[in-house]
Design a protein around this ligand. Sequence first.
Ligand SMILES: NC(=O)c1ccc[n+]([C@@H]2O[C@H](COP(=O)([O-])OP(=O)(O)OC[C@H]3O[C@@H](n4cnc5c(N)ncnc54)[C@H](OP(=O)(O)O)[C@@H]3O)[C@@H](O)[C@H]2O)c1
Length: 380
Amino acid sequence: MLDISTAYAHTLSYNVRRTVYEQRKSLLERKEAFVGNEQRSNAGAPLVPGERLGEAPMMRAAVQYRYGPPSVLEVSEVGLPLPGRGEVLVRVSAASVHPGDYFVMTGEPYMVRLVFGLRRPRHGIPGMDLAGVVAAVGKDVTVLRPGDEVFGWSTAGALAEYACVPADNLVSIPANLSVADAAAVPTSAMTALQALRKIANVQPGQTVLVTGASGGVGSFAVQIAKAFGAEVTGVCSTRNVDLVRSLGADHVIDYTTTDFTRSDKRYDVILDNVEAQPLAAVRRALTPTGILIPNSGRGGHWFGPVGRIVKARVLSGFTRQQLKPFTSIGKRQDLLTLADLLTTGQVTPVIDRTYPLDDAADALSYVGAGHTRGKVVITV
Ligand SMILES: NC(=O)c1ccc[n+]([C@@H]2O[C@H](COP(=O)([O-])OP(=O)(O)OC[C@H]3O[C@@H](n4cnc5c(N)ncnc54)[C@H](OP(=O)(O)O)[C@@H]3O)[C@@H](O)[C@H]2O)c1
């Protein structure tokens, strides 16, 4: 039998949930509330523990109120963001996480705090890459409409039921792709694409070596380099040899038995996603005018890879080899190029593991360990 206080609590809880549901439903049904309205976006507003944004509808999200290990993440209710001018509200179906999300969550290397908040994370919701359905559009958005299935990158958190995203950061999901596959693409594939095309300008017939070929960036890089007509060598561990070969690599080197820097083979381009060997050793595997892209974000507690980047840039002035560390940038045109490669089947995302939103901390732990095979996806 239900006692009176339990019944009251149940009724109260039901009423609160009902109110939140009604608010959210009416907000989403009245999409015109956003279109043509001067309402400002609260996307990216700092999160305060326990904060409720007035009468705003709520959503579930993975949130962190301080930097730290994955245990700082909790899944709780926060205010639904409202799309501002040029933004859309995406109902997130799936998101993916990568090492950069791990660095931002931990606040290490410490220099990431200069960008994401000195004392605590400014946005509080981790993740960038997402796929889902446009729920509402803000003012001046003409390219997208509610109901469109899109993927792209958010600048204010992706591990949530909803995310406000600049319309320019989103493109349509190719018909042959699932939302989970689409969510796996943006940052890792754009990094691979920009490294191989913009930085190295890979041409048909060139020899390209990719380290970390089994990882998020590497698994895309192998396929993109093949699509560009290169002869591709992937470096990975024994358990990933078959995977990397299945991605189209012409040659696979198992780093547990063979050190590619000690062979006689020379490469036109090396995309080094791991930087396990010293720069001087990797340069020995380059042709005299070859291009090396050192691309590991890992490093010291304070400055991460900055020391290695500076060293590579300085050294580049004294050799005909080109040492070109770079930072990937989200670009709509690159996402459209990737959408074409995905549509034609030249590139297919590799999904390692899928976690529900409630297990976002486990997903980030796994990514932080550095042994991902392809991508880690979170379904919302
Ligand atoms: N420049 C930029 O703007 C930019 C953008 C995105 C990412 N990044 C950086 O790119 C790097 C790679 O990112 P990711 O997402 O691909 O990482 P990831 O998904 O964690 O993949 C790393 C892969 O490397 C493999 N690996 C480990 N040690 C290796 C070795 N000695 N030789 C060859 N493979 C090895 C791992 O598998 P096993 O351990 O099983 O071998 C894993 O599959 C990260 O350091 C990230 O910070 C840079």
